[in-house]
Design a protein. Structure first.
Length: 377
């Protein structure tokens, strides 16, 4: 149970339940395709910040729940959705966490993990995502061993790349409240490097004090040549971004909205060329930021490198295309700023130079076609 609640904190550090009036675009499982043509459907996309446990199809969770005869309301889709998804602002953190608890109980085997990972690859490909990095902690698999969890995710990614023509990589997460697993996570990253592990992250409650083992794990990961991204300044202070840069050697920041609270830290991040992984819907939905004063507007105006990401699309019933629409409609980004965010994401991908160059070329070609079609349309 302790590990399960630790898993929940990956997605939601201690923070208030969201109160938002945004008219977010909803979906009922990624398997169900939206019939309405959306402005950014054909824009090529790069997804750098998404959690495996938060990216499951609603239909798959329902099927698995039935298969395991779990005491869930299988006869009523709306009731089941209330159990495993967050479809409206919550009144308390406990209420917000309930869906993650249910999802954790449904995913029971390595094959379950492989399936939801594979399906997510398909969901991304349908949105014209050409490259994505999926993050997770292999020490939060309940009864599954870390190797069983790893094999499930990596097998799903491998099959998904082959079948859907999308390029996928993995990021392993250290746990703020589980420093005893840090070096084990680094060892797994090295063991599965040949299957697509490219970086490490640290997730969980930002208000928890860090352990020396976290710092040592980041140093070892860097020594082994892994890339680094860090969840910081989402619910915690701007100083967490400074620590991520100076102590962990981070290249990217997950969220980072509160970096604007400290001009010196923001300046440091800009000078170091740090990339910010922005997640529009989750940032507002979890009350980490307000849409009309969102940090992404400042990032875009200042020419800071940032990307738009979905974070936990299955839990919130959204997709990456929706995030582009939210950024434009509710946060005031222009079409050109959104296009630039895709290019920023490609340049910030955790890939070797030759693969990154190839990715950027592909993205630029697809953007040119998107521009042409928009002009002709």
């Amino acid at each position: 149970m302790r590990l399960l609640f630790a898993a929940l904190r990956i997605f939601l550090p201690e923070r208030r339940a969201a109160v938002s009036s945004l008219a977010f675009v909803r979906r009922v499982g990624m398997a169900v395709q939206c019939q309405q043509v959306r402005k950014y459907d054909k824009l090529p996309k790069v997804e750098l910040h998404v959690h495996m446990d938060g990216a499951c199809r609603l239909s798959t969770l329902l099927e698995l729940s039935k298969h395991y005869s779990l005491p869930h309301p299988h006869h009523d889709l709306e009731q089941f959705k209330d159990l495993v998804c967050v479809t409206k602002p919550q009144t308390s953190l406990v209420e917000f966490l309930k869906p993650f608890l249910a999802v954790g109980k449904i995913l029971r085997t390595s094959k379950d993990i492989e399936r939801v990972t594979y399906e997510f690859c398909e969901d991304l490909a349908r949105q014209n995502v050409v490259y994505a990095e999926l993050r997770f902690s292999p020490f939060l698999g309940g009864d599954l061993s870390p190797d069983e969890y790893m094999d499930g995710v990596m097998s799903g990614l491998e099959r998904g790349q082959k079948d859907f023509g999308i390029k996928m990589r993995a990021i392993l997460a250290f746990l703020r409240d589980g420093p005893e697993h840090c070096m084990g996570t680094v060892k797994l990253a090295e063991k599965y490097r040949h299957r697509g592990v490219v970086g490490v992250d640290i997730v969980g409650n930002e208000l928890l004090p860090l352990d020396p083992r976290h710092v040592e794990a980041f140093k070892e990961a860097k020594r082994l040549g892994f890339h680094v991204t860090v969840h910081a300044a989402e619910s915690g202070p701007a100083s967490n971004v400074k620590q991520a840069i100076e102590d962990f050697g981070t290249e990217r920041i997950g969220h980072g909205y509160k970096v604007l609270d400290d001009a010196s830290v923001y300046k440091l991040a800009r000078e170091r060329g740090v990339h910010f992984e922005v997640c529009p819907t989750s940032s507002v939905f979890t009350n980490a930021a307000a849409a009309d004063t969102h940090a992404v507007r400042r990032f875009a105006a200042d020419g800071v490198s940032f990307s738009l990401n979905s974070d936990d699309p299955g839990i919130m019933l959204i997709d990456l295309t929706n995030e582009y629409e939210v950024a434009e409609r509710d946060m005031g980004l222009t079409q050109e700023q959104i296009i630039q965010s895709v290019l920023h994401a490609a340049r910030a991908a955790f890939l070797p130079p030759d693969e990154k160059e190839e990715l950027l070329k592909t993205v630029e070609e697809k953007i040119a076609r998107f521009r042409q079609e928009r002009t002709l349309g």
